[in-house]
Ligand binder design. Structure first.
Ligand code: AKG
Ligand code: FE2
Length: 342
């Protein structure tokens, strides 16, 4: 446990229907996390997706492993409990990773190694309704995310469409995650502390779920974990490293983690990562002087490495680290690429 732990309390609420740009900018500068309402994502669809995800996770392990990500050079499909790493330590969750349905690239351009991430999803035959539900839900989440992106651009004094070109053909990622209850004997890590690597994350946690924590930091730079309880019907939103880079650190990509739920319970969540296309680079926002004065500069990733403005590099670096089994099987050659070492 971190030295500083605080009881669960609420983050500010942002209403996307009636967006207060000053409030949006301030909360993203100061905390980097908020609850979102007015998002327009159909609650019945969300509930149905969660229920269908639970049907999938309840399948026999052997059935789920028919779509294990070890069958996907694009890191799509199912990750078994214990199959993922954050900061080198094992995470205690199982998940399905879903991206845009694309054709795999035959001849990857060595200057654009992230092309290895383009490809098809792996869908469970036994739960055929998952595909349509997940893709429809992702489309709705993407609409909400793009409205937020325009809000941030406007709130920083740039034209609302400042980032639009980078999101013309985006590469979002939906993780459907389940954290099994755990008695702490193997690990205390549901998912370890990290910043998200894309532009922004819309997270839907089930209303009763516990264990999500945000590092709001102590004045002397130490960790201070704030437990965040879900508000029914709301999403939790945070920005990722790309928006931190694009604003010289004015907007904050904040470290967060999930603790395993108590033994005998579990937690299902839908983190949706809205990202530009892999090839795209987010343009740097020319901040007005009063905001530029408060920009702290860009931090490093959780390994002390460089944050990249080009999403493909950030994404590939994080996928290679998080899923060593897929990396080992298909992408050993990429580990030697100088651009991915930093
Ligand atoms: O499942 C959650 O609640 C959060 C997961 C998360 O932070 C992530 O996958 O990046
Ligand atoms: Fe995250």
């Amino acid at each position: 446990m971190a030295a500083h732990s605080r009881p669960a309390s609420s983050l500010p609420i942002v209403d996307l229907e009636d967006l207060d740009l000053d409030a949006l900018r301030t909360v993203t500068h100061e905390i980097g996390f908020f609850h979102l309402t007015g998002h327009g994502i159909d609650q019945r669809l969300t509930d149905e997706l969660i229920a269908t995800a639970r049907t999938f996770f309840a399948l026999p392990e052997a059935e789920k492993l028919t779509i294990e990500n070890t069958h996907s050079p694009q890191f799509r499909g199912y990750t078994r409990v214990g199959g993922e790493r954050t900061q080198g330590y094992v995470d205690w969750r199982e998940q399905l990773d879903i991206g845009p349905e694309r054709v795999a690239v035959d001849q990857v351009d060595p200057d654009r190694p992230w092309e290895v991430l383009h490809g098809p999803n792996l869908w469970p035959e036994r739960v055929p309704q998952l595909r349509g539900l997940a893709l429809e839900w992702m489309a709705q989440a993407q609409d909400a995310g793009l409205r937020l992106i325009r809000g941030w651009a406007s709130s920083l004094g740039a034209p609302a469409d400042f980032f639009d070109a980078a999101f013309a053909d985006p590469d979002p990622l939906l993780k459907i995650a389940r954290y099994p209850g755990h008695d702490g004997s193997v690990t205390g890590q549901g998912v370890g502390s990290h910043k998200d690597v894309g532009a922004l994350t819309l997270l839907y946690p089930e209303a009763t779920s516990t264990g999500f924590q945000v590092d709001i930091g102590t004045p002397d730079g130490g960790p201070a974990w704030l437990g965040v309880d879900p508000i029914p019907g709301h999403f939790l939103v945070n920005i990722g490293e790309l928006l931190e880079v694009a604003t010289g650190g004015y907007l904050r990509a904040t470290v967060h983690r999930v603790l395993p739920p108590a033994a005998g319970t579990d937690r299902v969540s839908l983190p949706f990562f809205l990202n530009p296309g892999y090839d795209a680079e987010l343009p740097t926002v020319p901040l007005p002087p009063e905001l530029a004065a408060a920009a702290v500069g860009v931090g490093s990733d959780q390994h002390g490495g460089t944050l990249h403005a080009r999403y493909g590099l950030n994404a590939l670096k994080s996928r290679l680290r998080a899923h060593p089994n897929v990396t080992e099987r298909y992408h050993r050659d990429l580990l030697d690429l100088p651009v991915l070492k930093g």
